[in-house]
Design a protein. Structure first.
Length: 131
């Protein structure tokens, strides 16, 4: 699946004000940082690999199934909102299922919303413009 050809992204309604900007991030870099989140165990194994649908909890599984159906129907995906956590790692404010399901489909880059105040912190996570 080439994301530019098959996946359309739409703005997250929670991030449409002037406090947020949209940037394209490298999903692998995001996952590497997010592994340090207290919430990562819900979606990631200790080695950082993404859990399969059957490995997800009963609470998280329906979220992934919804994103899978959205992809299958070729409907737009809502852009996640990311930020920097207390431990200076990536935190996923909203859109965890979207970001991680796309990562499981080997999508390499994704547009996300970030707070303008975190713009300089995200420089290391930005996608290469040639990807």
């Amino acid at each position: 699946m080439t994301q530019q050809q098959t996946i359309k992204f739409i703005d997250n309604n929670s991030a449409t004000n002037s406090q947020y900007i949209c940037v394209n991030v490298d999903i692998l870099k995001i996952l590497e940082s997010w592994r340090d989140s207290v919430f990562s165990f819900q979606w990631l194994h200790a080695d950082g690999s993404i859990k399969t649908l059957n490995e997800l909890s009963e609470y998280e599984r329906p979220k992934r199934e919804l994103v899978e159906q959205t992809l299958k129907k070729r409907k737009p995906i809502v852009q996640p909102i990311l930020g920097i956590g207390i431990q200076e790692n990536i935190e996923i404010g909203t859109g965890r299922a979207e970001l991680l399901t796309l990562a499981a489909h080997n999508v390499k880059t994704i547009p996300v919303h970030i707070p303008k105040t975190n713009e300089s912190d995200f420089q290391v996570f930005l996608a290469d413009v040639n990807s």
